[in-house]
Design a protein around this ligand. Sequence first.
Ligand SMILES: *[C@@H]1O[C@H](CO)[C@@H](O)[C@H](O)[C@H]1NC(C)=O
Ligand SMILES: *[C@@H]1O[C@H](CO)[C@@H](O)[C@H](O)[C@H]1NC(C)=O
Ligand SMILES: *[C@@H]1O[C@H](CO)[C@@H](O)[C@H](O)[C@H]1NC(C)=O
Ligand SMILES: *[C@@H]1O[C@H](CO)[C@@H](O)[C@H](O)[C@H]1NC(C)=O
Length: 607
Amino acid sequence: MAGLCLTVLFVIVTTSYSLEVSDKETNLPSIESRFPYSLSMLTVNPCCYYPCQHKGVCVRFEMDKYLCDCTRTGYYGTNCTIPEWWTKFREFLRPSPAFYHYILTRFKWFWDIINSTFIRDVIVRLVLTVRSNLIPSPPTYNSAYGYISWEAYSNVSYFTRVLPPVPDDCPTPMGTKGKMELPDASLLVETFLKREKFIPDPQGTNLLFAFFAQHFTHQFFKTYGRMGRGFIKGFGHGVDLSHIYGDSLERQHMLRLFTDGKLKYQIINGDIYPPTVVEAPVFMIYPDNVPKEKQFAVGQEVFGLLPGLMMYATLWLREHNRVCDILKKEHPTWDDEQLFQTTRLILIGETIKIVIEDYVQHLSGYYLKLKFDPELLFGVQFQYRNRIAVEFNQLYHWHPLIPEKFQILEDEYSHSRFLYNTSILLDYGVEALVESFTKQIAGKIGGGKNHHPGLLKVAAGVIEESRKLRLQPFNEYRKRFGLKAYKSFKDLTGEEIMSAQLEELYGDIDALEFYLGLLLEKSNPNSIFGESMVEIGAPFSLKGLMGNPICSPEYWKPSTFGGETGFNIVKTATIQKLVCLNVKQCPFVAFHVPDDVLPKLKKSDEL
Ligand SMILES: *[C@@H]1O[C@H](CO)[C@@H](O)[C@H](O)[C@H]1NC(C)=O
Ligand SMILES: *[C@@H]1O[C@H](CO)[C@@H](O)[C@H](O)[C@H]1NC(C)=O
Ligand SMILES: *[C@@H]1O[C@H](CO)[C@@H](O)[C@H](O)[C@H]1NC(C)=O
Ligand SMILES: *[C@@H]1O[C@H](CO)[C@@H](O)[C@H](O)[C@H]1NC(C)=O
């Protein structure tokens, strides 16, 4: 048996390395003479050219040689560029992302028919598997390890990453292309990202969506400042609801009531709100002038920042305690711990359901009705694990969503009056906030020039982080996710002015940085952002959602959720129900502005 295994292994190893170690081309003396590296003794690390295509792995040999490992890429040759015959066939049949985006966002009548047939399941399964397969699982690199290693695999304090860092000894910051120094980050955000006039999202995304995005993603995007960029705080790496329950057992225990599985709460004007830090002594970030009696205590320490985040924290707190009551009625023998733990799993399920069927559904603009049904993946190969990637964190900085002012009922709030204002939630209540945030349109994310001036430093921080972590160029990520590299800045932005400025600052489209590329790419027609944000973001997102253990065959059954009642709460969750089961009067709830607001906006834009 062992002998057979070894033979098989040997065959695999020898066949996959049937590629010559190629001498590096000699037609590149300019960089070496311009920039002699004493360390590498006048030779450029050949992996700095990103020679390996189609997910091939570059390994350096001797000083100036490299080898592309093309194993299971479907390609062969020095740089993994020659397709095997079936790859040719598959590539021939594969529609371009632009093509299927076009189909999925048009022909509503067609998708209405598909919706009620089994074909819907087939397509949703295809979307889930094709997207998830782009994410390496188990995870591969991190910011300290540009090669497969046990440390990178096992040390979950790191964000993972899909592409290894730019090698340290490359001649330019982005590899071999572009200038010796990258443009100043604050100049970049001033030039390309600063808002001149608020640009509303053509898809009608509202602030209820914007705050949901921020609230939801802050359970897994928690950069651990103290350990440096590239490290994550908390070990959930996905939808663990640590933003509700805290990212440590200690914090969780502070927030729990230890009766009937419930979380601590306070009642104000007859409504349930999170406790204060006096009652639940956990660390929360608030300015010094906010007294402890006014500081809310919730799972995520940053949620005091915006009333919209605390509004969601309140809704989920109410939902948790509501579900506890339901479970307690069916299971009078269960102790506090079991009620708490089972409720947490139900809320994880509700979250994933809402994110796929309400949130991603809205964002995609697809007429295909998405479906959260883990059973769709039971027949295919799928790993129920997830590791949050640096690239996903970078990509998810969607601050252009934030408007100039916040409109709550008849009142207008500037950023400075809104931030850290603890009385807004209590004075207006959850209903009024939901209603107001649903009606107010959010900003368009893609296309540039839509950051509120106060948020430019956040964007500059993203760019600076990507430099510290040595993220590869935007075009390398395009290729990694099955897209064509852009040939010029004009090709990227689809216009003249910004592309000329970019050309001057970067010198080469292949040296453009990841985040700026995502934000400045021309948008899809009538869409919130461009192709790359969708094609790179969706795989991370869907893998993170479906890779949750509750979606695995072992967990996805009624008993996990305390029986059919709990299972049904998961299977029927919507954003509408999350709000309306937890407030007294049900407002209009959606992730887009009401239809009568959108046409008005479009008209006023045309005028
Ligand atoms: C492989 O890639 C390198 C670096 O991009 C390039 O110089 C070389 O010509 C390529 N070789 C082949 C055989 O395509
Ligand atoms: C799609 O089909 C499901 C049942 O298969 C139904 O509940 C839902 O209302 C349909 N949606 C649309 C938009 O037709
Ligand atoms: C993970 O790596 C960091 C940096 O090397 C180190 O400080 C930390 O102790 C490691 N964590 C574990 C659990 O080994
Ligand atoms: C905070 O919000 C309240 C309304 O709830 C408002 O009256 C007050 O002016 C705001 N505080 C600041 C500092 O702007």
